[in-house]
Write a protein that binds this ligand. Sequence first.
Ligand code: AQP
Length: 333
Amino acid sequence: MKTIVSGIQPTGSINVGTYLGSIRNFVALQDAMPEHHFYIFIADMHAITVQRDRLELRKTIKELAAIYLACGLNPERVSLFIQSEVIAHAQMAHLLECHAYIGELERMTQFKEKARAQESGVSVGLFTYPVLMAGDILLYDAEYVPVGDDQKQHLELTRDIAIRMNNRYGECLRVPKPLFPKIGARIMSLTEPTKKMSKSDTNVKSKIHLLDDDAIIRKRIMSAVTDSEGVVRFDKDNKPGISNLMAIYGAVTNLEYEAIENAFKDADYQTFKKAVADALVGEIAPIKARYKAIVESGQVDEILDEGAEQARRLAQKKIAKLYHKVGLGRKRK
Ligand code: AQP
């Protein structure tokens, strides 16, 4: 069976950026690609590459699991699991670290940005983060990896490592392809629209969480930074704020930018922002209702146990095969 793999770090409440850039896409693909099985995980091992409060991390892991389900992931189609509960991820990371080069990791822009944001104590884990990620993907022979476009460089590295190992040991890894959403691949901060909307941004006004109240959602959209031109027109370089609101609106309504420009050609920004807020509130309301029901049902642990079991079965086989190829351990009859 062909596979699709992706994950999200439990590094804070899920915001509209992560939702539109990844989860919404997972849900659409699970329905559109019935011949693929999905391995979707909570990337808690990635989360500790930056220091975190342990109790907060635990809470966020469970919250993210319930969010995935509330957004519509179907446990019949998706093995949903916590990364650290499948030991093969750690084994694979070491194996791939021995086939990745320091120079190529030094070029990773996410590492450079995150390292710069810390005053001191940048961990080795943060440096090798992209290799852990390559392992997450290659472990399951993923054909496709649905991600936001900030992950483009990491995907390229994953492909390079896979090709390198295939050349060295013979075909042993599938070279994956990224799948970016058509609209919403990079949702920007509402206060600084040239910066990605990020879970770790300390400015609460920069983002909208899926579990925010309707009033907060409306307030954040209505106060989002725009420009003084007063025309609803997509121009990422000169009108990043309005272009970002168009991306949010387009992702939610499935309308292309041109159709949005036509629909709002005589509208002022207040009117457009109100339409964006209405669309977003309408999209998020059922997710919030399902989230509450899922948490109350107590079914999350069972789904995570089952998902981890399914993931382990495939991942352990892959590790055994790769260890053999590389020459680790003893040859078994
Ligand atoms: N703003 C965004 N727009 C579109 N896609 C996004 N993604 C994240 N933010 C946006 C996509 O969501 C998936 C999961 O991302 P992640 O949590 O594993 O890591 P990240 O990209 O580092 O996200 P954050 O919010 O910026 O986390 P922190 O602040 O903890 O570093 C990925 O597919 C990503 O592309």
